[in-house]
Design a protein around this ligand. Sequence first.
Ligand code: NAD
Length: 272
Amino acid sequence: SIYDKIKLHNGVEMPILGLGVYKVEQGNQIEETIHTALELGYRLIDTASFYQNEEGVGMAIRNSGIPREELFITSKVWNSDQGYDNALRAFDDSLEKLGLEYLDLYLIHWPVKGKYIETWRALEKRYQEGRVKAIGVSNFTIHHLQDLLSQSKEGPVINQVELHPLLAQTELREYCRQNDIAVEAWSPLSRGRFLNEPILGNIADRHGKTPAQVILRWHLQHDIIPIPKSVTPSRLKENADVFNFRLSEQEIAEIDGLNKEQRFGADPDYID
Ligand code: NAD
């Protein structure tokens, strides 16, 4: 069910599907979206200082009355805040905007060259202090992970990357599996650009589901945590209603076959 969790390598448990809130506006939009999502059972919320809606996220979760320990809140340090001192400040700032005592997960948003190791030290410090339950990275390729793992004690619990049927990230997933790093998918639905694909449509019809649901099921069956974004209540419901069917191995293989290693978002090697 949507309440199921996976165990990260430091023992922390994380929901297997969440809500992404990039481009959800501060104010009514974020508060209503989170209110609806929490009622539908979403417990993982993925925000970032870059999204400029942390205050709204905080407001919505406080108003929900759901006990803090049942929620799983992620935020991220933005590129311009990287480096040791900056990242410490950015973390404190996010926590204050969210109005929380602790974060469940804090990520390095992008691997800014020459800075991400120092940024990681800041995350380790806040982790040791108990102000964040788990620390990880986002948009790290294999070489970034190798570099970080060679210079850190515990390593990231998770890597959040663009990942959908057109960009399956097969090698990166294998590297993460070998190194006990969970994989989380941003733009799991490729921002809706790939929902007309006939192969997905056929599979969806067979199960009485939608292409979006088939894609999210594909993530789940590959042990990838998807964080689809929507502000539309019917779609929030649809994206959470993916726990009452199962794709066959053959169907998974058909979807695997759609992979073109095609990015829609930025390439992590060309961001700075
Ligand atoms: P997404 O793949 O989740 O697509 C969201 C869009 O798809 C919606 O705006 C809507 O237009 C459409 N959609 C959603 N549900 C649908 C449905 N059931 N049927 C039809 N259309 C539907 O893309 P995203 O917002 O880019 O990614 C999700 C989350 O990932 C973000 O909100 C954010 O939290 C995170 N993210 C992280 C990074 C990063 O660098 N770490 C980058 C981008 C996004």
